[in-house]
Design a protein around this ligand. Structure first.
Ligand code: KG4
Ligand code: ZN
Length: 341
């Protein structure tokens, strides 16, 4: 099979990103360019992403970022095989900016369009970095998503568990905010937790041990709030205790999903566990999941951090996977705020 060279565009949240990736499934792929502009500073004063500010920033930045990606890759638009963009789920203003730009580029260059689910991008990122084989068990943990999925290929997902309230990254961000730590909370809490005592504050582990593999984090966040209101807390100890609770919840739910995956794919001798999404950047979480994978006979793959957080290389790679199947999209493909896998 000939390799595909795909331009990818990602604008579903607060990263304006474009990338060029070349490869053939199952990967690994070659990243020719991976340009990410984080709008963090624009949103920091508000303690979270403001959709209208994000959409306007994408409009201002995207053309330049696409040009930069092509120039870093040393390619002209005419040398690209197809243009892939996130078509949802996400903040609709931003998604529209990225998708319309991709449509215009595809039309102008006479190349096919690939309108992608952002989650598929995260889901395949370990194939881009490591050539991870299908089927694989995916823990997707980001600011907007918290899911356990069996991944068999483009468009072929089994949902084992999802959050019934907050996403894991959202729990980090909200907890950080109520402790007075700046946005985004994940990296701050991880840094504070390194100096704290995880056994200092007893915090709940919602859903732990329950049937199924769903998650819940809002009770944990509330417990932190009540504690911080009731007494003068030690921030480092509370961060460490919070992170320990998140790790406990995640490992319990992943263990449950591993059993479901084994039942669905009994012939996989050493099945793959992939952790993707921004929260996968957390070293303590990676370490705990690595221990779990070892104990349960799974082989763990965590893509490099720059492929775990939102980026366009994963979108370009998901485009490679779809292009290899001839799965292109019409130019009237819709932008979707909500788009479950
Ligand atoms: O995948 P991502 O860049 O964007 C979304 O699609 O949401 O994930 C961002 C999320 C934020 O909630 C951030 O706090 C969290 O990932 N995050 C972390 C860490 N680094 C980023 N959470 C825990 N520990 C970290 N080191
Ligand atoms: Zn994401």
């Amino acid at each position: 099979m000939r390799p595909w060279t795909i331009l990818g565009i990602e604008t579903s949240c607060d990263e304006t990103a474009a990338a060029v990736v070349r490869g053939t499934p199952p990967g690994p792929g070659e990243i020719l360019a991976n340009v990410v502009f984080s709008q963090l500073e624009e949103h920091r004063p508000y303690g979270g992403v403001v959709p209208e500010i994000a959409a306007r920033a994408h409009v201002e930045l995207l053309d330049e970022i696409v040009a930069k990606a092509l120039s870093e890759a040393g390619l002209k638009l005419s040398e690209i095989d197809a243009v892939a963009a996130t078509a949802g789920p996400g903040l609709i203003g931003g998604v529209m900016v990225g998708l319309v730009t991709a449509k215009a580029l595809a039309l102008a260059a006479g190349k096919p369009l690939i309108a992608l689910n952002h989650l598929e991008g995260h889901g395949f990122s370990a194939r881009l970095s490591n050539g991870a084989p299908f089927p694989l068990l995916l823990l997707l943990v980001s600011g907007g998503h918290c899911q356990l999925l069996g991944v068999e290929g483009p468009g072929k997902f089994r949902l084992y568990g999802t959050t019934i309230d907050d996403a894991a990254g959202e729990a980090f961000d909200k907890t950080a905010k109520l402790l007075g730590l700046p946005y985004p909370g994940g990296p701050r809490i991880e840094a504070m937790a390194r100096q704290g005592n995880p056994a200092r504050y007893p915090l709940p582990r919602p859903m732990k041990g329950r049937p199924g593999a769903d998650f819940s984090f809002s009770g944990l966040k509330t417990a932190v709030r009540l504690l911080a209101e009731a007494e003068k807390v030690d921030t480092a100890d509370l961060c460490a205790s919070f992170q320990a609770a998140v790790i406990d919840i995640l490992t319990d739910r992943v263990r449950a999903a591993m059993a479901m995956f084994r039942a669905d794919f009994p012939h996989e001798a050493a099945p793959g566990l992939v952790v993707a999404g921004g929260v996968a950047a957390n070293g303590a979480i990676r370490e705990a999941l690595s221990g779990l994978a070892g104990a349960e006979g799974f082989s763990l793959t965590v893509p490099p951090v720059k492929l775990c957080t939102d980026n366009a290389a994963m979108i370009a790679w998901a485009g490679v996977e779809r292009a290899a199947l001839g799965a292109f999209d019409p130019l009237d493909a819709p932008a979707r705020a909500r788009w479950p896998l």
